[in-house]
Design a protein around this ligand. Structure first.
Ligand code: ARG
Length: 270
């Protein structure tokens, strides 16, 4: 009933993963982090992707950049064109040139580094038609206009209002060209109404699901990879003909990230 399309992803092994600063409510530098467990969990996610037939490229992790595992934030890549991130926080600023260089060295010659704060696919989710864009905590609303101009795609600006859901990909997942799942309470009333208008058949997630990062999921159009304890959303996905695949990324959640955060989609020009 649903059709999977093979994807091309970029990931970054959490070799240097840690929580040593706090730039979102999930991060508590006093809580111990098991880097080895983070690597094992991340490796399981990579294996799930490979098992589904996706291509997974790897960028070298850099010491001193503990959040670099969250590859989604490095850029947005559509039609083979990359809009490279500009991070809000000093602790992550140096990730942007690393992602830019990787993309340049791997055939993405149309590259532009965002002029305004833009945290890549953390805040930009492409449906295949519209570019849904988050603001309120990280990406500057002016980066939305910049992205529209650069990609020549309509950008829909959405305002996030709950600090726990500080990136769009923590509150909304694109499942296929027409279907999204989201947690309504993470959005301003106006943005919620816009989502209702554009996606009347959307799947809505409960607070309990949102809190385990259920929306921080990736989809190939059929298989939806999401946190293993997002059982309510998994059930709704199954009822709608998707195949939910749970993975345990509990160590990475200590930094406020999960499945989607670890995954940057590289969309070619075809
Ligand atoms: N600690 C990181 C930050 O706060 C987590 C990033 C999660 N990435 C994402 N795509 N939501 O920036």
């Amino acid at each position: 009933m649903r059709t999977a399309r093979p994807r091309h992803y970029l990931m970054c092994r959490p070799t240097h993963f840690d929580v040593v600063y706090s730039i979102n409510p999930w991060m508590d530098p006093k809580k111990p982090v098991d880097t080895q467990l983070a690597i094992t969990q991340w490796e399981q996610l990579r294996q799930v992707y490979l098992g589904l037939g996706h291509t997974v490229d790897l960028i070298d992790p850099l010491p001193g950049l503990p959040d670099m595992v969250f590859a989604a934030n490095g850029a947005t890549v559509i039609d083979g064109r990359a809009l490279v991130a500009r991070f809000r926080d000093a602790e992550r600023v140096e990730e942007a040139p690393a992602y830019r260089d990787w993309l340049r060295d791997h055939g993405f010659t149309s590259l532009h580094t965002a002029g305004f704060v833009n945290e890549g696919e953390g805040d930009y989710l492409f449906t295949g038609d519209l570019l849904l864009a988050g603001t309120g905590f990280r990406s500057d609303p002016r980066s939305h206009a910049e992205a529209q101009e650069y990609f020549e795609r309509p950008v829909i600006s959405l305002r996030l209002v709950d600090p726990r859901y500080y990136h769009l990909d923590t509150a909304l997942a694109v499942l296929d060209e027409r279907t999204i799942a989201y947690y309504p309470a993470a959005f301003s009333p106006g943005s919620r109404a816009v989502l209702q208008r554009l996606f009347p058949d959307a799947i809505t997630a409960t607070e309990a699901d949102a809190a385990v990062f259920a929306l921080n999921a990736t989809s190939d159009g059929c298989n939806v990879v999401l946190p293993h304890n997002a059982t309510g959303l998994a059930e709704k996905l199954r009822n709608r003909g998707f195949n939910p695949i749970g993975v345990d990324l509990s160590e990475l959640l200590k930094a406020g990230g999960s499945v989607k955060c670890c995954t940057l989609e590289l969309r070619s020009a075809d």
